[in-house]
Ligand binder design. Structure first.
Ligand code: COA
Length: 330
């Protein structure tokens, strides 16, 4: 019998410190009104000096364990999506293995920017249905505040910190995974980057201050064009109609951009879950944070069909249609 993969548990964590629009008004030439109008963001969470991607990940995983009473000792792969790991290496995934003392597991980080969480899920599904793995922890964790240039008003208003974790387990009967659509536009890499070793891209000189650099307008145009096409493709592949989808969970990049994507795709905003207003853009963590909020607000329920869409720097994107079917809570 073919193995199926089921998402069985979720956990989340955001740091305590809040960065309000009013705080940003004191740091750069901006206003609460401008930020609300252009992004729909009210505040973001900011990691403490000694909090890193690993720290947030540990807390999100502990939240998962406590909520769903799951044992992690038999996990056989840890996949961490992050663009802001504590170190280039060792990976955050290896730090998680050590912290929870998981005895026999693979562990690696993946960098697919804001599409990292959907990439992690897609990989977990593939590793389980291949028959090689049984129980995989997928974590998305980001401390974007540590790579944000707080003198650049076009980017510093957007980003926040947080983490989400899900467990994907082998299941003989139920699969959570219905359809996937993946794509890359590497020629647009210049529009959103943070340098590491190289100081040029496409023969153009880069800003090497170690902070994120973004051409917001270009990224906006690309996402508003690309995601609705991806949604269409996902519905076609799954033979579902838009009204069969209970919840749309796009990457929480910017509420205005999400409204535009919804309008083009045919989704109602009431059927769309985001984490953008109080957490800002948390890159790969934004989708699990939105799902977690949706559960807390008693919107997301077992049996729901959910369309997740991650997109971001690279430029890269990956959409999934999943069936929500978690284990009982504690
Ligand atoms: N406060 C006040 N004014 C600001 C500002 C701020 N924080 N940031 C930019 N401006 C100004 C600009 O300087 C510009 O002024 P000018 O017309 O005098 O030159 C004006 O506002 C418009 O700038 P522009 O960059 O064209 O604004 P925009 O409407 O595109 O909004 C973003 C900027 C960043 C909010 C928007 O482009 C965006 O959200 N892009 C997508 C970003 C994203 O989601 N990235 C992650 C993807 S994973």
């Amino acid at each position: 019998m073919n193995s199926k993969a089921r998402i069985t548990a979720i956990g989340a964590y955001v740091p305590h410190k809040r960065l309000l629009n009013e705080d940003l008004e004191k740091m750069v030439d901006t206003s609460d009104e401008w930020i609300m109008q252009r992004t729909g963001m009210k505040e973001r969470r900011i990691a403490g000096d000694k909090e890193y991607a690993s720290t947030l990940a540990f807390k999100a995983i502990e939240n998962l364990i406590e909520t769903y009473n799951k044992d992690l000792q038999d996990i056989d792969c840890i996949i961490v999506a992050t663009t802001t790991p504590d170190y280039v290496f060792p990976s955050v995934a290896c730090q998680i293995q050590d912290y929870f003392k998981i005895p026999h597991t693979g562990a690696f980080d993946l960098n697919a920017t804001c599409a990292g969480f959907t990439y992690g899920l897609h990989l977990a599904n593939s590793l389980i249905t291949s028959g090689f793995h049984r129980k995989i922890l997928v974590v998305a964790t980001e401390t974007l505040s540590k790579v944000t240039d707080y003198s650049d008003r076009t980017t510093c208003i957007l980003f926040g910190d947080g983490a989400g974790a899900v467990l994907v387990e082998r299941d003989e009967e139920h699969s959570s995974f219905i359809a996937a659509h993946i794509g890359t536009n590497g020629e647009g890499g210049m529009h959103l980057y943070r340098t590491s070793l190289a100081a040029t891209m496409h023969e153009q000189t880069l800003n090497t201050n170690g902070k994120m650099v973004q051409n917001g307008r270009e990224v906006y145009k690309w996402a508003a064009r690309t995601v609705p096409l991806g949604v269409k493709e996902l519905l076609h592949k799954s033979e579902l109609q838009i009204h069969d989808v209970d919840w749309f969970v796009p990457h929480s990049a910017n509420l205005r951009m999400i409204e535009s994507i919804c309008e083009k795709s045919g989704f109602l905003m009431e059927k769309t879950l985001t984490s953008v207003a109080y957490m800002g853009n948390t890159s790969s963590a934004s989708i699990p944070l939105a799902l977690h909020l949706g559960i807390e607000e008693q919107k997301v329920k077992n049996g729901d069909t959910i369309l997740l869409y991650g997109f971001g720097g690279g430029l890269t994107h990956l959409g999934l249609i999943i069936k929500w079917d978690l284990s009982e809570k504690n």
